[in-house]
Write a protein that binds this ligand. Sequence first.
Ligand code: NAD
Length: 478
Amino acid sequence: MTAITVAKGDGIGPEIMDATLSILKAAGAQLEIDEIAVGEKVYLAGNSSGISQEAWETIRRNKVFLKSPITTPQGGGYKSLNVSTRKFLGLYANVRPCKSLHPFVTTKHPVMDMVIIRENEEDLYAGIEHQQTDEVVQCLKLISRPGCEKIVRYAFEYAKQQNRKKVTCFTKDNIMKQTDGLFHQVFDEIAKEYPEIENEHWIIDIGAAKLADTPEVFDVIVMGNLYGDILSDVAAQITGSVGLAGSANIGEECAMFEAIHGSAPMIAGQNIANPSGLLQGAIMMLNHIGQTDVAEKVQNAWLKTLEDGTHTFDVYKEGSSKRKVSTDEFAKAVIANLGNKPTLLTPVSYSNSSALNLPKYKRKQAAEKTLAGVDLFVHWAGENPNEIAEKAKKLETESVELTMITNRGIKVWPEGFRETFCTDHWRCRFKPTEGHEITKADIIELLTKALDENIDTIKTENLYNFNGKPAYSLGQGQ
Ligand code: NAD
C-alpha cells in the first residue's frame, strides 16, 4: 500500500478524478487515499493560497500527490496553487510525454513521440517583478547552476531509463549569454557523461518552429521554465488534443501528478469530460511509486479503449469513432479492457520505469570573484542621453568613471544613435579608472553623490569577474 494525497479540484476535477480512481482501483493499484480540499472554495473562503496548512501537512507526509485541475479566481491577488506547490516542494522537473495516437486521434503528425522535460522552479517564474520607473517594469530571470544541473541530468537519466536515443536542449543563448548561456553550458557538460545518448542544441526560435512542423525528429527535449511552459502545450496540442496529456512534477522528496488541461468550468457537472489527461498523470504516478505492472495494465487498457473507437465527445469523430461515451462510461470501458492490449497502437512495457534516483547536487569550488564595476539604474524623464551623461559624470571620483549609458540595453552614450527610442530608465555603467580598483565603498560613495545631485537611483547591479572573466553582458552596440 502506498499512501497518496488526492485533491479533486474544481470544475470537471471531481468527475475525472472519480473516473480515474475507479480505473486504478479496478486495476489493483495498492493505494491508501488521503483526500484534501484545494482550489476555488478554499480561495473564496479567504485563503489566498488556495490550500490550508493541514492540507500541506498531508501532502508533505505522503510525498505523492494526485491533483485534479483547479480554478484560480481572476484578480484579487490569488496565488497560483500549481506554481506554489512546485516551488514549496522543490518539484524541479516537469515531465510531459507527447505522443500521437494515430489513426484514433486525428493529428497532422502521426509518428510523433517526444517527452518534454521542463525546468519547473526558476527562470522568469521566480516571480520577482518590480515597477522601477513610470515607464518601465522588470521581471528577474534567475537561472542557477543547481537548477540547470538537476534538470539536465534528469533529462539524460530519463532518456537512459526509457531507452530513448537523443536529448535536445532549447535555449536562446545567442542573446541571453549569461542565463541561457549557463543552461547550454551545463547541458554540454552533462551530455559528455552520457556518450551513448545523442545530444544536440537548438536555438529556441527555430527549434520551436521545427517542433511544430516536424516533431518526429525530436525524442527528449529539455528546456527552461518559460520555454517549456509554452512549448509543452504546443507539443501536446499537435498530438491531436491537450485533453489526452498528463504530466509529472518531480522533486527530490515529493512528486505531483496531474492532467495538463484546466478545470473546464463550461462542461463541469455534465459527465462528459475526458478523464484521459488525469489518467495519464495517474499512470506516471503508479510508475513513480513502483507499481509499474498496474501502470502498464492501465495504459494498455486505455490504448485499447481508444483503439476500439470508444471516445468522449472531445475526441469523437463521426466515421472513425464507434461510440460516444460519458466520463463514467469511458472509465467503465477502460476497466472492461484491463488485461487487454492494443493491436494497432504499440502496447507499452513499463518494467523499467520506476522513480529515478539522481545524485544530490554537489556545490563546486567557489570561483575567484572580483568587483569590476557597477551599473547604476536611474529614473530620469529627459530624452537626450548627453544630458544624463553630463549629470552622471558629476558622480565620478578619482577611482571610478562613467563608461557607458544604455536605455533598455542599447548603448546610447557615448556615440549613440539619434534614432534610438529612449524610455525613462537609464543604466549608467561605472568602471575603475586606469590604475585603480573599485570597492563597495566606491559604490556607496557613488550613491551618496547621486543623492546630493538629485539623481533618482532605482537600483545598482554590481559587475563581477569570475576567475578573471567578465560575467556580465555588454551594452548592445558596445
Ligand atoms: P481548460 O483546459 O480548462 O479548457 C480549455 C478547453 O478544453 C475548454 O474548451 C474545455 O472545455 C476543454 N477541455 C479541458 N479539459 C477537458 C477534458 N478533460 N475533456 C474535454 N474537454 C476538455 O482551460 P481554461 O478554460 O483556460 O481554464 C479554465 C480554468 O482552469 C481556469 O480557472 C484556469 O486557471 C484553470 N487551469 C488550471 C490548471 C491546473 O489546475 N493545472 C491548468 C490550466 C488551467
